[in-house]
Design a protein around this ligand. Structure first.
Ligand SMILES: Cc1cc2nc3c(=O)[nH]c(=O)nc-3n(C[C@H](O)[C@H](O)[C@H](O)COP(=O)(O)O)c2cc1C
Length: 218
């Protein structure tokens, strides 16, 4: 089956405005150079409710196709079922997962995708969205994913204990208010830590920061 044919298995739904992410959540991915999507698990079949330009460029799909669909349209005939199960488990258990899985672009070209799927919780600690971020890796050459993990680990090692604590909660999908509560600090302090972390990690967006933290094994 071609990946276009597979796509027919994935029904598109129109997303009511109230179920779209707030501008602040969309901003998580907007300026990321890494292909990223946000899905809404409160809706049937956990459809994508936001995607960035890099995602369209990587996959070849346009936004009109993407929004309202579950991300399974990237999988195809040779996608490893045990890796798909790994993603499903992360979604079920609300834990970040990072897997290197075979996916397909719109034109049917297969590619090795180092995909991160991570939960995002709201101010009350309730699961609100999932962040997905996709990096194409060269399956023959030295693993880009491995290089990314090594770089991430090195950067994280140099952070202060407090910065690492904050980053750990960011990677778990907690927002500033909740992190403040967990660490018994003010929200302002957390915001400050977040800004410093973005600079130190050279992360252009919060999505990149989450990805880096997970790559570092936090
Ligand atoms: C935010 C998010 C991003 C995802 N990104 C990918 C992806 O890039 N590649 C992939 O194969 N599956 C991805 N998935 C998993 C698929 O959406 C889907 O759950 C998986 O293919 C299993 O399909 P099934 O429900 O038909 O078994 C993602 C899931 C979520 C929630």
């Amino acid at each position: 089956m071609t990946s276009e044919a597979e796509n027919n298995k994935t029904k598109q739904q129109s997303i009511p405005k109230a179920d779209m992410p707030k501008a602040s959540v969309e901003a998580l991915i907007k300026h990321s150079p890494i292909a990223s999507v946000i899905s809404n698990p409160r809706l049937t079949d956990n459809p994508i409710v936001a995607s960035n330009d890099a995602f369209c460029e990587l996959t070849g799909y346009d936004r009109d196709f993407i929004i309202g669909r579950n991300c399974r349209f990237l999988s195809g005939p040779a996608t490893e079922p045990w890796l798909t199960e790994e993603i499903r488990r992360g979604v079920r258990e609300r834990k970040p997962v990072l897997v290197e899985i075979l996916n397909y672009k719109k034109d049917g070209t297969p590619f090795q995708n180092a995909v991160l799927v991570a939960p995002l919780f709201d101010d009350d600690g309730e699961l609100e969205f999932f962040l997905g971020s996709q990096v194409e890796i060269d399956s023959d050459g030295p693993s880009l994913a491995k290089a990314r993990r090594m770089r991430a680990t090195e950067i994280v090692k140099d952070l202060s204990k407090r910065q690492r604590e904050v980053l750990k909660y960011i990677a778990k999908g907690l927002l500033n208010k909740q992190i403040a509560h967990e660490l018994d600090l003010s929200e302002r302090t957390i915001k400050m830590h977040r800004a410093i972390l973005m600079k130190r990690l050279e992360a252009p967006s919060a999505a990149d920061m989450v990805r880096l933290a997970v790559e570092a094994g936090m």
